[in-house]
Ligand binder design. Structure first.
Ligand SMILES: [Zn+2]
Length: 96
């Protein structure tokens, strides 16, 4: 799969790999390697995020889906104290 720049459409070149912190169920923090790609034309840095991480979200995609689809609420066992109600409300309104 060839990844191209969203701005100018040039093929991106591998730049470096950074560590991204993701909080998972049970408050476990994991570090996920994320490749960064650089556009040789305009110099933009793009992150090649794995599918299971939504951009700029600190929670697992699975949890976000559960909240949006209504499986996970504040009363769900194991998720009682997190994510907080306001965060869930924001996700739902973003994904309607
Ligand atoms: Zn570019």
């Amino acid at each position: 799969m060839k990844i191209v720049c969203e701005t100018c459409g040039a093929p991106l070149k591998y730049y470096d790999t950074v560590s991204r912190i993701v909080r998972t169920k049970g408050h476990i923090t994991i570090h996920v390697p994320v490749q960064r790609l650089k556009c040789p034309m305009c110099g933009c840095i793009h992150r090649n995020l794995p599918d299971y991480i939504y951009p700029y979200k600190q929670y697992e995609a699975e949890i976000i889906d559960g909240v949006v689809e209504g499986f996970i609420t504040c009363d769900t066992i194991g998720f009682e104290d997190y994510p907080c109600e306001m965060t869930m409300f924001r996700w739902r309104s973003e994904n309607l």
